[in-house]
Design a protein around this ligand. Sequence first.
Ligand code: GLN
Length: 244
Amino acid sequence: MEIGILALQGDVAEHRAALSEIGVASRPVRRPEDLAGLDGVILPGGESTTMSMLLDSSGLADPLGKELDAGLPALGTCAGMILLATEAVDGRSDQRCYGAIDITVRRNGFGRQLESFECELEVPALAGGPLPAVFIRAPVVETIGAEVEVLATLAQPSPGGAREGAEPFGARRAVPVLCRQGVVLVAAFHPELTPDRRVHELFVSSIDGGVRAGSEELSGTQALPGTEEVLATEEVLATEEEGR
Ligand code: GLN
C-alpha cells in the first residue's frame, strides 16, 4: 500500500511520520504524475486557500479531483477537510471544494477565542479511550448529508463559537469534528500533531478492505453514531446547561 500526501503546503512531514509509524509507505504529491497508482491520499492541515491556489498553479487541481471522483480513499485534516467538503463558507470565492464528502464547513468557525485549543474526544468507533485532539483555527461543520457518519462531536465550550443561527449544528452548540462518508474521512482537528495514531489506522483500515467509494462493505466498520445520536448528545448538553 502507498498513500500520497498532498505536499504543496502544511503538515506534510507530520502525516508522513504518522504513516511510517504504522508501517505504511507514503509519497509526497506535488505534480499530477505523483498521483499514479496511489491507494489513498491525505490532504493535510495548513491553509486551505493557499493550498487551493497551489493546486491550481501546480496543475494538480483537476487530476486530483478526477481521482477523488473515481473513489480514491482520502483523509483530510483541518484545511484538508475544507478542501474535501462540498462547500466552504467564509473562504475565498475561487477556493476549491472537491465535494468528496457531503458536508459544508465554515472556515475558522470556532471563533477568535477558540482559534487553537486541545481536548479529548469521545470516539465510539475507536477502542482505547478518548482521543487527544488539537484544533488550530479549525473549521466548523455546519451541515452534513444523509450519507455522512459522524464519528465524533465537540460541544462548543463557548457561545462565541459557531455563528449564531448556523443550523443545524451551530445553534445547538455541538458540532461534528470527525466524519466519514465511504472511504473519505475528515477531521476538523490534527491527528498528525498528536502521538495517537488511531485516526490514521482507521483511514488505512478502510483501504485495507479494498473498498473504493460507493461500496457499502467497509471492513472493520462498527455501528457508528448517526445524526440522531448527535442530536441526543446535544439534548444532554442542553439539559446540563439548564441545570446550572
Ligand atoms: N483555517 C485554515 C484554513 O482555512 C485551516 C487551519 C488548519 O488547517 N489548521 O485553511
